[in-house]
Design a protein around this ligand. Structure first.
Ligand code: FAD
Ligand code: EPU
Length: 345
């Protein structure tokens, strides 16, 4: 166990704060043991995967518990491969692993940073695919009762950037320890988004989709190793059809996506871009100049500085479009997670 540890290498925003302790669990037994120990010392606990969806507002006064419970097992039947994956596996490595073994299905979700255990929390998605289409179950360990339970995909209540785990996000009394995935043997390419529409539906291979997704992402999104960021800072707003249509009458070019329930998803990046905020800077916090939905740390930005920029962006968008964006990123203060909208209001 280490004391007063720098969290900078453990969060992709590269916010330079400390945690009182940082501990690593490689097995479920270790996870429980470390949880009990932190409880005994009366310290709050923060579970962390790759730290790619968090913003540290200040130093963390408790124990950061890195979930590195690994392992992949595969079962198959006539219809599908069933993968049981430890929460500590790296998501992108799992994508490569499955493709190498001729089990397609994850290719559209290439290059999403972070751990497998975090993927169900916000129902990760990209290029027309969301985790909910592939997830069979999530195994959790209730830390207080030390009981393990399996939550079916239906019980996870997945929707756009949401699940039962987001709803319970302020209570950290459970750990996701494994995720079950189902990859169908009758593979259907998903080519609905961006450059993927240029590929030929009849001859395309999973590897070509994987390559195209990686190329697009490398061109558009800043590499956290070069400029700290947590991907999209805000979620795309999903509006009632009537509200969306009013906006679209004024801005017919605004990208929009009809949802199965009749609502309409708008592109938050486009809204921010149309407020002319690309490149807008507050200290070392900057609106990315290729993708306005991404806020970046160009050096020594503090969590408060990033939050101040997010507050400014949110207010400008509300002023111009009467839409209040909701953060996707989770805000962490000294005692644990805090309500991000509250911080930005
Ligand atoms: P962390 O940031 O470590 O944790 C996120 C939250 O989950 C925290 O509240 C944490 O306490 C909690 N948590 C972590 N592990 C556990 C566990 N085992 N049990 C219980 N709670 C836990 N997301 C997308 O959906 N699509 C994208 O295309 C995408 N692109 C991105 C691109 C970049 C460059 C970056 C930096 C981020 C991107 N993201 C994207 C966001 C991010 O990668 C995902 O949200 C990812 O799933 C976060 O994983 P993580 O392990 O880093 O989570
Ligand atoms: N756009 C602009 N200006 C910008 C940014 C975007 O006009 O500065 C326009 C684009 O031209 C496009 C539309 O907005 O017409 C949507 O942009 P893009 O395709 O880049 O996707 P996004 O909606 O901004 C979402 C996810 C990403 C995911 C991509 C690819 C959310 C909040 N973000 O971004 O996920 O990788 O689609 O599918 O849903 C993340 O969650 O961290 C993340 C990166």
């Amino acid at each position: 166990m280490t004391h007063n540890v720098a969290l900078k290498p453990l969060n992709t925003f590269a916010i330079d704060v400390l945690a009182h302790h940082v501990v690593t669990a490689h097995t479920e037994a270790e996870l429980l043991m470390l949880w009990r120990q932190a409880n005994k010392e009366n310290r709050p606990i923060l579970l962390l995967g790759g730290g790619s969806n968090v913003l540290f507002l200040e130093s963390y006064s408790g124990t950061v518990l890195l979930n590195r419970v690994k392992g992949i097992t595969i079962n198959e039947d006539n219809e599908a491969w069933h993968l049981h994956v430890g929460a500590g596996e790296i998501w992108h490595e799992l994508v490569i692993y499955s493709l190498k073994r001729q089990m397609p299905g994850l290719e559209n979700l290439a290059l999403i940073p972070g751990c497998v255990g975090s993927a169900p929390i916000q129902n990760i998605g990209a290029y027309g695919v969301e985790l909910q289409q592939l997830c069979e179950y999530v195994d959790i360990l209730q830390l207080k009762t030390e009981k393990k339970s399996r939550i079916s995909a239906t019980e996870c209540q997945f929707s756009y950037r949401k699940s039962i785990f987001v709803k319970h996000h302020l209570r950290h009394d459970y750990a996701i320890v494994a995720v079950g995935l189902r990859l169908r043997k009758t593979w259907k390419p998903v080519l609905s988004h961006g450059d993927l529409t240029k590929l030929d539906l009849h001859s395309v291979t999973p590897r070509q989709i994987f390559d195209a997704v990686c190329t697009t992402r490398r061109n558009k999104l800043p590499d956290p190793a070069m400029a700290g960021n947590a991907g999209s800072f805000f979620k795309n707003p999903v509006l009632k059809a009537k509200t969306a249509n009013q906006l679209l009458t004024h801005y017919p070019d605004a990208p929009h996506y009809l949802q199965p329930d009749g609502r309409v998803k708008l592109a938050a990046g486009w809204l921010i871009d149309h407020c002319k905020l690309k490149g807008y800077q507050l200290g070392d916090a900057v609106v990315h100049d290729k993708q306005a939905l991404v806020l970046i740390n160009i050096g020594q930005a503090t969590g408060d500085e990033i939050a101040a920029l997010a507050r400014y962006v949110r207010r400008q968008v509300a002023k111009k479009f009467a839409i209040w964006l909701e953060p996707e990123v989770r805000f962490i203060a000294s005692q644990g997670e805090v309500d991000a909208i509250g911080v930005l209001s």
